[in-house]
Design a protein around this ligand. Structure first.
Ligand SMILES: [Mg+2]
Length: 310
């Protein structure tokens, strides 16, 4: 395989994951519209166009930096987050304010990110929600995926749990996306992710998730693992990896399982959608993609835009 083909394959995997992430984010966020709830709980789709939120906007920056730099450059990533930060996309208040200060006043992201929450850094799920396409980019190399995810997390989320959550999502996507291997068995997938993480509440949650892979009652699993109600990494990532591991190759099943749990639905569905869509066969249905707001022009290389509804 030539280096050129490898780059094209990386990009194709990352964009497929990004599209899966955007559909999950956009459709998941429809659960916050009260008029849609009854239909959604019956498995019916609300009328389009579904707009994506901060999860997709930040994931677009991750992919665009990988395309430009070939790896995560923290300054380029922080600048892209700040430059493209749209107040109306539902950012968490602390990170949203930080990105506005970087953009409007030229503030130093290193100081601001380190200073959040009295110097502990944010443990929100925002570093995990945007990073599945990075894992897809590093498909087959979960060690590098986790390493680059760690670097990417620090631009906004410096608490150990947020960093571990981002590493977990990227490693999972890299394992699912591995073009040289069959889709990993769920238990092996979670086990391989745990091996790559620092000791954390995220890993404790992933061990519980591993124990519950044979549970079919999503409400019970979400009650034990959390489903993002506190918007923390450790209350979000174990559940999303549980859902993604069990529904590889079946985007619709993955989405509905995740969404019906409730919680931080745009983010849980963005993570699960991004992981499942990182492997051929796991893409969202075309009709779902067509009802999802297009990705921004700045995020997607021109040559790949025209062939696809996103
Ligand atoms: Mg969001």
């Amino acid at each position: 395989m030539t280096a050129h083909a490898t780059d094209a394959d990386r990009l194709a995997r990352a964009l497929s994951s990004l599209r899966g992430l955007a559909v999950g984010d956009a459709l998941g966020s429809q659960f916050f519209v009260p008029d849609n709830l009854a239909a959604l709980h019956n498995g019916e789709l609300p009328p389009g166009l579904w707009q994506w939120t901060d999860d997709t906007e930040m994931a677009c920056s991750v992919v665009s930096v990988l395309v430009r730099c070939g790896r995560i450059d923290q300054d380029a990533l922080a600048q892209s987050f700040a430059q493209h930060n749209d107040f109306d996309r539902g950012y968490g208040p602390a990170v949203g304010r930080m990105l506005r200060l970087v953009r409007q006043e030229g503030a130093d992201w290193r100081e601001l990110a380190a200073g959040l929450f009295n110097g502990q850094g944010s443990w929100g799920n925002g570093a995990a929600m945007r990073v599945a396409p990075l894992g897809a980019w590093y498909g087959g190399d979960p060690v590098q995926a986790a390493h680059q995810a760690e670097i990417s997390a620090y631009t906004t989320h410096q608490h150990r749990e947020a960093v571990a959550g981002a590493m977990a999502v990227a490693a999972a996507a890299a394992l699912v996306a591995d073009p040289a291997q069959p889709a990993p068995a769920p238990e092996a997938l979670l086990g391989a992710v745990i091996e790559l993480l620092p000791r954390s509440a995220v890993t404790a949650g992933l061990r519980r998730a591993q124990d519950m892979l044979d549970y079919d009652d999503v409400a019970t699993v979400a009650a034990v693992l959390g489903c993002g109600r506190r918007t923390s990494a450790h209350d979000t990532v174990p559940f999303t990896l549980w859902a993604a591991a069990r529904s590889q190759g079946d985007y619709e099943r993955a989405f509905w399982t995740t969404a019906r749990a409730g919680g931080d639905v745009d983010t849980t569905c963005a993570i699960v959608g991004g992981i499942v869509a990182s492997r051929p066969g796991g893409e969202p249905p075309r009709t779902w993609a067509e009802r999802t707001e297009a990705l921004p022009e700045w995020a997607v290389p021109t040559a790949t835009r025209n062939a696809d509804p996103l």
